[in-house]
Design a protein around this ligand. Structure first.
Ligand code: ZN
Length: 338
């Protein structure tokens, strides 16, 4: 089995080849899409066999321009190859690929998390021979606070504002982070409003009964019906942007809202000030450093390849811990030939 990066992460056996999370429409005989974040999918899908989850298929339909063409599989098998998917615990529909072949067992995590978040099944590591793992928070300084504690603390902050007639704006990426926020905070107010991409993606997921989606009013409709003037007890969900953005300045001036930003990067003390928000809350849909190490320990592979984020640094950290790890890059391609 050869694992290398050339335009996409590729795994090649004697008689088969698969590209993982290819962001271009180059033809490969088989492609796996772990989830529908834009850095993992192309704008135009290649006309080929695609392995992905049902929810990612639904999202691909809306996020790409030629959905009708390819053939989709939730599992795949050929002579020497069986591929299945398990939840990667990252966002709605995200999966890790488990590839079993006569040349060994490989796991490709895509973006991953093993934390319990209520509505998403966390990734459950399995013993494998080779592991391709993400590195977004692959440095020891990235250890996130305990999820349930940070949710509890944030629920208290939001309730306090609402009880004092101060509406809140909760900002998080519309696909992934937002569903975590809807699940964790929406019972705190009877008036739930969503703006822009948050409303669009939520409506799509709600139609398909996907966990984490909730009934909500579009911001435009709330404006027309003056819903936001009726009381000051409302939650507005928006994509994550700087609090200096004209839209947020308007909301602060008109309604006196408090802004909450939700991101793994809030772990850096400057982030809150850089984003000009009232609260920076460290919640991520990625594994932190400790979780990444736990994944590597439990998968216990002979070889680890790191991808995404600072993968050179994460591979170095793994080698310090005794793992046989290297960043997946063009260099790895050369190494695998010689
Ligand atoms: Zn992602």
């Amino acid at each position: 089995m050869r694992i290398y990066r050339s335009k996409a992460t590729q795994v090649k056996g004697k008689n088969w080849k698969i590209a993982c999370d290819s962001t271009n429409s180059t033809y490969y005989p088989l492609v796996f899409y772990s989830h529908a974040h834009s850095d993992h999918i192309p704008r135009r899908l290649p006309k080929t066999d695609i392995i992905t989850s049902r929810i990612t298929q639904i999202l691909l339909k809306h996020l790409t321009s030629n959905f009708e063409d390819p053939t989709y599989h939730e599992t795949y098998s050929a002579d020497e190859l069986v591929i299945k998917q398990i939840s990667s615990g990252h966002i709605v529909g995200s999966t890790a690929m488990i590839l079993d072949s006569d040349e060994g067992k490989l796991i490709y995590t895509g973006d991953v998390s093993i934390r319990e978040k209520g509505f998403l099944e966390p990734f459950k590591p399995e013993k494998c021979d080779k592991l391709i793992v993400e590195s977004t928070f692959g440095s020891p300084e990235y250890i996130f606070p305990e999820y349930n504690e940070i949710i509890k603390e944030t629920r208290e902050q939001i309730s306090n504002y609402l009880e004092n007639n101060i509406p809140v704006v909760l900002m998080g990426y519309a696909l992934g982070k937002a569903q975590m926020l809807y699940h964790a905070f929406s019972d705190l107010s009877e008036t739930i409003v969503m703006h822009g991409a948050n409303y669009k993606i939520n409506s799509l997921l709600l139609e398909e009964n996907v966990g984490g989606s909730i009934p909500a009013t579009a911001y435009e409709e709330a404006k027309e019906t003056e819903l936001l003037e009726k009381s000051n007890n409302w939650i507005l969900y928006t994509p994550l942007k700087s609090g200096r953005d004209a839209f947020f300045s308007h909301l602060k001036q008109k309604y006196g809202v408090k802004l909450f930003a939700f991101s793994g990067w809030c772990i850096s003390p400057n982030y809150k000030f850089r984003m000009a928000v009232d609260h920076g809350t460290t919640i991520s849909d990625h594994a932190d450093f400790k979780e990444l190490i736990e994944i590597c320990n439990k998968c216990d592979p002979d070889q680890i390849y790191t991808i995404y984020g600072d993968n050179v640094r994460f591979a170095a950290e793994l080698r310090k811990l005794g793992f046989n790890a290297s960043p997946l890059s063009k260099q790895t391609l050369l190494e695998s030939y010689f």
